[in-house]
Design a protein around this ligand. Structure first.
Ligand code: NAD
Length: 367
C-alpha cells in the first residue's frame, strides 16, 4: 500500500473542471487498492497572474519539485492574451518543463474501439486499429536554440533582403541518447517497433539522431528499427496508422506529428500526455487540450483526457499498473455503455453527459 504526494495545478478555463473530477477518480482508486494520495493544490497560469502577479510562482515550482508527480489541467485564455510574451500564462508550462527537467513527452494516440466513428479516416485505413506512442523530445532543438534578427544581406541582383529572422536546431548526443532510451524502453513493453522520424536527407542534427539511434538499437536486439523522413511519416500516419508502434522524434517534429496522430483518433478531449525527466524525479501529467474558453464553466468539457492522464501517472511515476488498468478499463466500460460528452457524440444513440456526470460514471465503474 503506497502513499504518494501529488502536486495539483488545476489552471484556467476547463482546467479546474476536469482536474477536480480527476482527483475524485484517484480517490476512488486509492479506496479500492488501499493507497493514499495526498493532493497539494497549486497556482499557475492565468489564475496565478491574477492572484500573485506572475504565471509560475516560485512556491509552485518548489512544491512540484518536492512532489512525487504533477497533475496539470491547462493554462491560458483570452483574458491574458494581451500580456507581453514573457508574462503570459503559457510561460508557466515552459517554466515547469525546464524547472523539472522534463525532456521526454509521451503522447499516446489510441483509437478506442468504441469511438471508431470519431476517426476521420475511412475504415479500410484503420483495419489494424491505432495504438501509437509518440515520444517527443521536449527541452531541446529549435524551440530552445539560438534565435534572433539581423540584417539580411542582398539577392544576387543587388536588391536588399531587409531584416532576417533565424532559429537554430541543435542537439547534443546526450540529449538525443536519453530520449531515444525512453523510446526503446517503452517499445520493449509494447509491440517492439521503433520508428525514428527525422529529416536526415537535409539536416545535420537529424544525421546525429540516426547515429545515436543506431548505436542504442544494438542494446535492444528484439526491437525493430525503421527511419522515416518527417514528410513521409506525416503521410504514413494517415495512410496506415496501424503500422506505427513507438515513434521517436525531435521537439518540433513531435509537436506537429502528435497533433496529427491525436486528431485521427477522434476528439482532443480524449488525449492524455506525460512529460518525464530523469528517473526518480517527478513527471508531469496533463490532458493535451487547452483551457477551452468557449465551453469553460458550462459543465460540457470531456474529463476523459485528464482522467487518462492520471492513469499514465499511476503507470509511469508510481509503477501501479493494476491501478492504471482500472482507470483505463473504467473509461472503456463507460464508453461501451454508450455514455458520451458532447465532443465525442458522433451518433444519436448515445446518452450525453456533462463533465461531472461523466466523471461520476468512471468512478462508478472503478468501484
Ligand atoms: P483548446 O484545446 O482549449 O480548444 C480547442 C477546441 O477543442 C475548442 O473548441 C474546445 O471547446 C475543444 N475542447 C478542448 N478540450 C476539450 C474537452 N476536454 N472537451 C470538449 N471539448 C474540448 O485550444 P485553443 O482554443 O487553441 O486554446 C485555448 C486556450 O488554451 C489558449 O489560451 C491556449 O494558449 C491554451 N492552451 C493551453 C494548453 C496547456 O495548458 N497545455 C494547451 C493548448 C492550449
Amino acid at each position: 500500500m503506497g502513499s504518494y504526494n501529488i502536486a495539483v495545478i488545476p489552471g484556467d478555463g476547463i482546467g479546474p473542471e476536469v482536474i477536480n473530477g480527476t482527483c475524485d477518480v484517484l480517490e476512488a482508486v486509492a479506496d479500492k487498492f488501499g493507497h493514499t494520495f495526498r493532493f497539494e493544490e497549486l497556482l499557475a497560469g492565468g489564475s496565478a497572474i491574477d492572484t500573485v502577479g506572475e504565471p509560475l510562482p516560485a512556491a509552485t515550482l518548489s512544491a512540484c519539485r518536492r512532489s512525487d508527480a504533477v497533475l496539470l489541467g491547462a493554462v491560458g485564455g483570452p483574458k491574458w492574451d494581451d500580456l507581453p510574451g514573457n508574462q503570459r500564462p503559457e510561460q508557466a508550462l515552459l517554466g515547469l518543463r525546464a524547472g523539472l527537467g522534463l525532456y521526454a513527452n509521451l503522447r499516446p494516440a489510441v483509437l478506442h474501439r468504441q469511438l471508431s466513428e470519431a476517426c476521420p479516416l475511412k475504415d479500410k485505413f484503420v483495419t489494424d486499429g491505432i495504438d501509437i506512442m509518440i515520444v517527443r523530445e521536449l527541452t531541446g532543438g529549435i524551440y530552445f536554440g539560438d534565435r534572433g534578427r539581423r540584417a539580411g544581406g542582398s539577392f544576387p541582383d543587388g536588391s536588399p533582403k531587409g531584416q532576417e529572422a533565424y532559429d537554430t536546431e541543435a542537439y547534443s548526443e546526450a540529449e538525443i541518447e536519453r530520449i531515444v532510451r525512453v523510446g526503446f524502453d517503452l517499445a520493449m513493453g509494447r509491440r517492439k517497433k521503433v520508428v525514428c522520424v527525422d529529416k536526415a536527407n537535409i539536416l545535420e542534427s537529424s544525421r546525429l539522431w540516426r547515429e545515436v539511434v543506431g548505436r542504442i538499437s544494438t542494446e535492444f536486439t528484439e526491437v525493430s528499427v525503421e527511419y522515416l523522413y518527417v514528410d513521409n511519416a506525416s503521410m504514413q500516419l494517415v495512410r496506415h496508422p496501424g503500422s506505427f508502434d513507438v515513434m521517436i522524434t525531435s521537439n518540433m517534429f513531435g509537436d506537429i506529428l502528435s497533433d496529427e496522430a491525436g486528431m485521427i483518433t477522434g476528439s482532443i478531449g480524449m488525449l492524455p500526455s506525460a512529460s518525464l525527466g530523469a528517473p526518480g524525479k517527478p513527471g508531469m501529467y496533463e490532458p493535451v487540450h487547452g483551457t477551452a474558453p468557449d465551453i469553460a464553466g458550462m459543465d460540457k468539457a470531456n474529463p476523459l483526457a485528464a482522467i487518462l492522464s492520471a492513469a499514465m501517472m499511476l503507470r509511469w511515476s508510481f509503477h501501479l499498473a493494476k491501478e492504471a488498468d482500472a482507470i483505463e478499463n473504467a473509461v472503456a466500460k463507460v464508453l461501451s455503455d454508450g455514455y458520451r460528452t458532447v465532443d465525442i457524440a458522433y451518433a444519436d444513440n448515445f446518452t450525453i453527459l456533462g463533465t461531472k456526470e461523466m466523471t461520476a460514471k468512471v468512478i462508478e465503474a472503478i468501484a
